[in-house]
Design a protein around this ligand. Structure first.
Ligand SMILES: Nc1ncnc2c1ncn2[C@@H]1O[C@H](COP(=O)(O)OP(=O)(O)OP(=O)(O)O)[C@@H](O)[C@H]1O
Length: 310
């Protein structure tokens, strides 16, 4: 599949601080790339460089094979973007704001405005001034402005900020439809893995300016750590029986109560073996459950490990 977004050793240093540190991205046609990081991780700075809004200290970016640089305007008809808060003219209506973008983009087709209003479900706000829009609808207007010219590349910085759950689902469907049916390549930044994992085909995690992990979202499930939690009346005896059988047991505090935890794959795949072992030794478990790490815990673990999955 053709590579549409590429960065090579992309780096931005502010003073002595590496906001973006030698980042290599390779995003293929029709992918939805979730660019994930905590506040200050370097997402917006990367996106600004990708869009040629600021120049890199080192490295370069390419959009559809063309190098991004201040003088290279050839690519802009192919790219739609929304970076940080969507700014619109507050005194102008939704329609007027979009009409300005249409003209600035030199688009002749006047129906583009009504088409995008419909697509983003902004019809009832057509004549409403931008300053009177809710945060979520202002965000929709921002996305509409980014997409009015039907770009082949869409770069959105935290596009679901301020949207309610129904709005988030709508935007998710819209992005999926664009990627699947129109082969639009989408880069979308976020700080929420659970949300991004629902829409992205690929995920890159950035921390302290470094790309610490890249994962295909279908592999994500397998990366989540599973543990077997156990409880019983005589924990010390249980630990000794399990340890003698080769299991590594640790104590784990859950809701102020200590429970036992086993991470061995054998125990996770066959919890019945553990139950039998303990019952036969006269210490039946009162709790035996497999717990799967949630996405946010996984995200924080990756960040704290600097990318290596342990
Ligand atoms: N113009 C600037 N001058 C100095 N430091 C900057 C500048 N822009 C960004 N930074 C710093 O670079 C780092 C990365 O910031 P960036 O805005 O890219 O992070 P982010 O991942 O987009 O975070 P957020 O989710 O909060 O928007 C931060 O430490 C930030 O303070």
């Amino acid at each position: 599949m053709k590579e549409i977004i590429r960065t090579e050793e992309l780096t931005k240093v502010f003073g002595k601080h590496y906001a973006v540190d030698h980042v290599n991205l390779s995003i293929k046609k029709g992918e939805i790339y979730g660019f994930l990081g905590l506040n200050g991780a370097g997402k917006t700075t990367t996106i600004r460089m990708l869009l040629g809004m600021i120049s890199p200290t080192k490295g370069s970016s390419f959009l559809d094979g063309k190098k991004v640089s201040a003088g290279n305007t050839a690519i802009w008809n192919e790219v739609g973007y929304m970076v940080e808060a969507p700014h619109s003219y507050p005194e102008l209506t939704v329609e007027e704001n979009l009409e300005i973008v249409r003209k600035l983009r030199g688009m002749k087709d006047r129906s583009a405005v009504s088409r995008i209003i419909k697509m983003l479900k902004l019809e009832i706000y057509t004549h409403k001034k931008a300053k009177h829009l809710s945060l979520g609808n202002a965000q929709r207007l921002g996305i509409a402005k980014a997409m009015i010219h039907q770009p082949k590349i869409l770069i959105l910085d935290e596009p679901t900020n301020g949207l309610d759950p129904a709005g988030i689902i709508e935007i998710r469907k819209l992005l999926q439809d664009l990627a699947r049916n129109e082969a639009v390549t989408i880069l979308i930044s976020s700080h929420q893995l659970d949300e991004i994992s629902k829409v992205a085909t690929n995920i890159g995690i950035i921390n302290n300016g470094k790309l610490v992990k890249e994962i295909n979202s279908s592999q994500l499930e397998n990366q989540l750590r599973k543990t077997l939690l156990l409880d019983g009346k005589r924990k010390t005896e249980m630990i000794s029986i399990l340890t003698q059988s080769g299991y590594q047991v640790t104590t784990f505090s859950e809701e102020n109560e200590d429970v036992l935890e086993i991470r061995n794959m054998d125990a996770i795949q066959h919890p019945d073996k553990i139950a039998t072992l303990l019952v036969e030794a006269g210490h039946p478990p009162t709790l035996l459950k497999i717990e799967k790490e949630d996405l946010e815990t996984y995200f924080l673990r990756i960040i704290n490990n600097g990318g290596g999955v342990k």
